[in-house]
Design a protein around this ligand. Structure first.
Ligand SMILES: *Cc1c(COP(=O)(O)O)cnc(C)c1O
Length: 421
C-alpha cells in the first residue's frame, strides 16, 4: 500500500467530516474515548465484563414478578429447613435476649455454661468428625497448661507490645520456630493470625500491595481450582481478579501448562496447596516456584492443612522455603499444630514481602497508628496458647501424630472402618 493511497483516504474522511458540526465532532470524540476507557477498565478489573453482563441478565430475570415469586417461595423453604436443622437443639432453656439486670452468680453461671457445652453436636471427641477439630483434648497435663496460660494471658493485647513484652516475645518465638520448621533462612519472618483464612488473606494483601506499588492497576492472582475458598474471599475483599486454573484430571495437581498461560503482566501471585482441602493432593510446588522465579511473581504455598504434617514426614514433596520462588507460606497451628482454635501463621521469605502487609496511618487523630495484621487489638491469649502447644508437643509428638495420620489415611484408602457423617 503506498502513501498516496493513504493520503487519499484521509482526504476523503476529512471531506466527509467537514459536513459535521465541529462541536458535535469533538463531543463524539470525547464520549467515545471515555466509553472505550471505561470498557477497557471494566474488562481488566476484578469483576470483568462477562460477569457484569451475567449478573445484569440474572438480576433482570430475577426481577420478573413471576420468577421473583417462585424464587421467594423456594428460598423460604430452604431457610426454614436450615433454621430447623440448626436451631432444633437449642433445648428447653429460654433464649437470652437481654442483659440481666444484675449479673448472674458464678455457680449458676458455670452451670448454665455446662448446659451450653452439652449442646455440642456430633461427637467430635470420639474421633468421628474430620476437618473441624484436630485435638482429642484427652491429655490432662496439656489441658492444665492451657488453663494456666489462659488465666495469665486472657487480657493481654499485643497491639501494645511495650505493655505486653512477654506476648510479643512468644509471637516472635512461634514465628521463628515455624520459619525454621519450614526451612526459611535467617531472613524469613512473619506474623501470627487468628486462622488459616486470615493468614491467606494477609498474604494476598501483601502480594497485592507489592503489585500496586509496582504500578499494576488491576492485580490478578493465579490459583488452582482446588485451592481453599479463602483465596476467592481475599480476591473479593481486596479486589484482586482470581484467575482459576484447572487441575490435571488424573493427578488432581494444578495443570502447570495452563497455570503458565494464565499469567499476565498483572499477575501479583501464584498459588499452590500443600495439600488442598477438597482432595488432599499436593500441587507441584517446585515447578510452580520455577515459574514464579522466571516471571518474578511471588509464589504462595497454602500449607494450612499440611504445614504441621509434611514437616514431620519423610517425603519427596518439595513445598517449603527450600523451593526457590516460594515467597510466603500459610500454616495453621490450630489444625495439625493441635493448638486451641484461633491461631495460624503467615510466613514470608524476607521482610520486603512482609512489610507489604503492614498498615500505618501517620495522620490519625489518636496518634500514629500502625498494625502488623488486619486486626487492631489482638487476643494475646491465642498467641500464648499456641506457644504453649508447640512447646508442649515438641517434634517427637508431632512426628508420631503425622505417622499415625498417614497410616490411618492408608487404612481408609484400603477401605476399612469408614464412617461418613
Ligand atoms: C482449613 C484450611 C484453610 C482455612 O483455614 P481456617 O482456619 O478454616 O480459616 C485454608 N487452606 C486449607 C488447605 C485448609 O485446610
Amino acid at each position: 500500500m503506498n502513501s498516496a493511497y493513504l493520503y487519499n483516504i484521509v482526504d476523503e474522511i476529512n471531506d466527509e467530516l467537514k459536513q459535521v458540526n465541529p462541536l458535535v465532532l469533538a463531543a463524539l470524540c470525547v464520549s467515545s474515548t471515555y466509553l472505550a476507557c471505561q470498557l477497557w477498565n471494566m474488562h481488566r478489573d476484578d469483576i470483568g465484563i462477562r460477569r457484569r453482563v451475567k449478573n445484569y441478565v440474572f438480576n433482570f430475570i430475577k426481577s420478573i414478578p413471576m420468577v421473583r415469586k417462585q424464587i421467594d417461595t423456594q428460598l423460604k423453604e430452604v431457610k426454614d429447613e436450615l433454621v430447623k436443622s440448626l436451631v432444633y437443639k437449642d433445648g428447653p432453656n429460654e433464649f437470652i435476649t437481654k442483659l440481666p439486670e444484675q449479673g448472674i452468680n458464678p455457680d449458676e453461671l458455670i452451670n448454665l455454661a455446662r448446659v451450653y457445652d452439652r449442646m455440642e453436636g456430633p461427637r467430635y471427641l470420639e474421633g468421628r468428625v474430620s476437618g473441624a477439630v484436630f485435638s482429642d483434648e484427652s491429655n490432662t497435663d496439656e489441658m492444665t497448661v492451657y488453663q494456666e496460660v489462659f488465666r495469665r494471658f486472657a487480657w493481654s493485647n499485643p497491639l501494645w507490645p511495650k505493655l505486653f513484652p512477654g506476648v510479643r516475645k512468644m509471637e516472635s518465638e512461634v514465628i521463628r520456630m515455624c520459619c525454621n520448621l519450614m526451612n526459611g533462612d535467617e531472613e524469613s519472618c512473619g506474623t501470627m493470625s487468628t486462622g488459616g483464612t486470615m493468614s491467606i488473606m494477609l498474604a494476598c494483601l501483601a502480594h497485592r500491595n507489592r503489585a500496586l506499588k509496582r504500578g499494576v492497576q488491576f492485580p490478578e492472582m493465579v490459583i488452582p481450582s482446588t485451592c481453599h475458598a479463602a483465596f476467592t474471599k481475599a480476591a473479593e475483599v481486596f479486589r484482586i481478579k482470581a484467575v482459576k486454573v484447572p487441575v490435571n484430571p488424573q493427578t488432581y495437581k494444578v495443570d502447570l501448562k495452563k497455570m503458565r498461560s494464565a499469567i499476565s503482566s498483572r499477575t501479583c501471585m501464584l498459588v499452590g496447596s500443600a495439600p488442598n482441602f477438597p482432595y488432599g493432593t499436593v500441587d507441584d510446588i517446585a515447578a510452580i516456584g520455577e515459574i514464579g522465579v522466571k516471571y518474578d511473581i511471588p509464589v504462595h504455598v497454602d500449607a494450612c492443612l499440611g504445614g504441621f504434617l509434611l514437616s514431620f514426614l519423610e517425603t519427596d514433596y518439595q513445598w517449603d522455603f527450600r523451593v526457590p520462588g516460594v515467597a510466603s507460606i500459610s500454616a495453621d497451628t490450630h489444625k495439625y499444630g493441635l493448638t486451641p482454635k484461633g491461631s495460624s501463621v503467615v510466613l514470608y521469605k524476607n521482610a520486603s514481602y512482609l512489610h507489604n502487609q503492614y498498615f500505618c496511618d501517620p495522620d490519625w487523630q489518636g496518634g500514629i497508628y500502625a498494625s502488623s495484621t488486619l486486626e487492631g487489638s489482638r487476643a494475646g491469649v491465642n498467641i500464648a496458647l499456641c506457644w504453649a502447644s508447640l512447646l508442649f508437643q515438641g517434634q517427637d509428638n508431632y512426628r508420631r501424630y503425622a505417622e499415625d495420620i498417614v497410616a490411618t489415611t492408608k487404612k481408609i484408602r484400603e477401605g476399612y472402618g469408614i464412617c461418613i457423617l
